[in-house]
Design a protein around this ligand. Structure first.
Ligand code: NAD
Length: 526
């Protein structure tokens, strides 16, 4: 996926050259279009390299104040901000609706979840990151040991357009709670949503640059990667993720990559088939399929395949994408996504797959209608590449071993879902993905204590939960000597006796022979 947009954003360029404004010239403007109607929603000056550097410098100045405020002070600020967001959710949802085309109710859902995560991050930061004692161990028993997690400084965040509030807040809220200041570059399709959130924090803290937004496309993002930041949290496609890593490598800036997926939903023979079909429909079609952890592949046990397919197709036919009030699905926010959906459907059908709902005629100019593909052969694009549209494949499997093997036969590994009466946990653990929902779909994003992130081409690093807080801090270990050691080992006064005693101690502590697990027993002699 790329920023080279022609429909959702109109500008001199979004990913192309964005004139730096530091030379006194008028900045290039970025125009945001409503993807459902093509109407201009708003326009923003594009931040050039100098603007990005200036924002990072302001963030650096405020970083000390913010870090020194401590956990309790930061919690108070973030909880006030949470209140502002919660009270004005409907206004922000309007902006999100205008920019992405998603139904207002879906915008409320993502904002509500973001607020919940902000509350969790604010209230758990001290417990997760605050100083705690670590046992010093027998060898170093004359020491007191402790570890705490200190702020990195300034965190850069680059976000996508599909959940323009929830997704970046997974980094922003946790980075702020950990004591960093943030410079955020939203997608050029959704700058208004990002700007709105930053403005709302400024209502609580007007005089400090805790959270700033720089608007633009790939070039602005590249400037942020190469600016004097201490970490970059990227959410977007794997292809852009590689460019972000390369740019960050220049300054050894650490990165988190939250990239795409090709998530599977598995239905076991003893699953509640109706519940599985309901979850599959929502997982595949909600947000018009533009969900990183959305369901794109379904593997169903032979014994329940027919019943499941009947239920899923009925549910898919009850939905439609449109701009009318009854439409539960919006448009393709990124216009180029329409072509991806068409290519994947055409490829699946050309290889012998069937469209039991939708198909090529489901792909319109701005909207893609729900499409269910069956009998899609291995190697088809619809099974290998992220589609990011309301299309889903359904594949019959002989048993759950086959389902797990097919699920894992992907370079991605973001989320997954298992519907099973008795084997949910076992199957979940066998799937190579960062998160799995058992008997519910994408539920893990609503539990702030759970980490979120992928493996393989879905990226690395984690947002949300304790792991998400630690991503935005560095471990500071302190060993404090309480009294002089009995054995002076780390001194040139060390003598042979001390060395002998040390060797004896290590042998006593660690030298006992142990058996390898699972070693075959010797055969008894007759
Ligand atoms: P994208 O990769 O095209 O763009 C993501 C962001 O990167 C945008 O802000 C873009 O302007 C910026 N960018 C583009 N080129 C850049 C460059 N050279 N240097 C720095 N920044 C650059 O992705 P998208 O189309 O905005 O979002 C959709 C993708 O995001 C999908 O693949 C989806 O699965 C993924 N996604 C992942 C998660 C997750 O948490 N894992 C969440 C939401 C979306």
């Amino acid at each position: 996926m790329t920023d080279m947009v022609t429909g959702g954003v109109s500008t001199g360029s979004t990913d192309g050259p964005a004139t730096a404004t530091g030379d006194g010239a008028a900045p290039d403007m970025l125009e945001v279009l409503n993807p459902a109607t093509g109407d201009v929603v708003s326009s923003y000056p594009i931040a050039g390299r100098d603007d990005v550097a200036a924002a990072v410098a302001r963030a650096r100045e405020s970083a000390t104040w913010w870090a020194d405020l401590g956990f309790a002070g930061r919690r108070t600020v973030l909880e006030q901000w949470k209140g502002v967001l919660a009270r004005r959710m409907a206004q922000l949802a309007d902006v999100v609706h205008q920019e992405t085309g998603k139904p207002h109710g879906d915008a409320i859902l993502e904002i509500g979840l973001a607020v919940d995560h902000l509350g969790w991050a604010a209230s758990h930061a001290e417990k997760v990151l605050g100083r705690h004692r670590v046992p010093a161990g027998l060898l170093m028993s004359n020491h007191a040991a402790s570890v705490e997690y200190l702020p990195l400084g300034v965190v850069g965040v680059i976000g996508p357009w599909n959940y323009p509030v929830f997704t970046p807040m997974g980094s922003i809220a946790y980075a702020l709670a950990a004591g960093n200041t943030v410079v955020f570059k939203p997608s050029p399709l959704t700058p208004g949503s990002g700007t709105w959130i930053a403005d709302s924090l400024r209502e609580v803290v007007p005089d400090e640059a805790l959270f700033q937004v720089v608007v633009g496309g790939g070039e602005t993002g590249n400037a942020l990667c190469r600016a004097a930041i201490d970490k970059l949290a990227f959410t977007g496609s794997a292809e852009t993720g590689k460019k972000v890593m390369a740019a960050c490598a220049e300054n050894l800036t650490p990165v988190i990559i939250e990239a795409g997926g090709k998530d599977a939903l598995l239905v076991d023979e003893d699953a509640d088939v109706e519940a599985a079909a309901d979850a599959a429909a929502w997982g595949a079609f909600a947000n018009a399929g533009q969900t990183c952890a959305g369901v794109e592949r379904i593997y169903v046990h032979d014994r329940v395949y027919d019943a499941f397919l009947v239920s899923l197709t009925r549910r898919a036919r009850e939905l439609h994408a449109g701009a009318d009030p009854e439409a539960k699905l919006g448009p393709m926010t990124l216009p180029a996504q329409v072509d991806v959906a068409r290519r994947h459907i055409d490829d699946a059908l050309a290889r012998g797959g069937k469209a039991v709902v939708g198909g090529p005629e489901a792909v319109g100019e701005r909207f893609v209608q729900p499409t269910v593909l069956t009998d899609v052969p291995a190697g088809s694009l619809a099974l290998t590449d992220e589609t990011f549209a309301p299309t889903v494949t359904v594949t019959r499997v002989a048993d759950m071993d086959e389902a797990v093997a097919l699920t894992n036969a992907t370079r991605y590994g973001l989320g997954s879902t298992v519907f099973s009466g008795s084997r949910g946990m076992e199957l979940a653990r066998r799937i190579r993905s960062g998160m799995t929902g058992v008997n519910s779909v994408i539920s893990f994003v609503g539990i702030p204590g759970l980490p979120f992130g992928g493996v393989g081409h879905s990226g690395f690093g984690r947002v949300h939960g304790a792991d998400g807080l630690k991503e935005f801090a560095y471990a500071k270990a302190v060993a404090r000597q309480r009294f002089r050691p009995v054995l002076a080992l780390t001194s040139f006064t060390r003598d042979e006796r001390a060395e002998r005693n040390f060797a004896t101690l290590i042998t006593v502590l660690h030298g006992r022979a142990t058996q390898l697990p699972g070693r075959p027993r010797r055969r008894r002699r007759d």
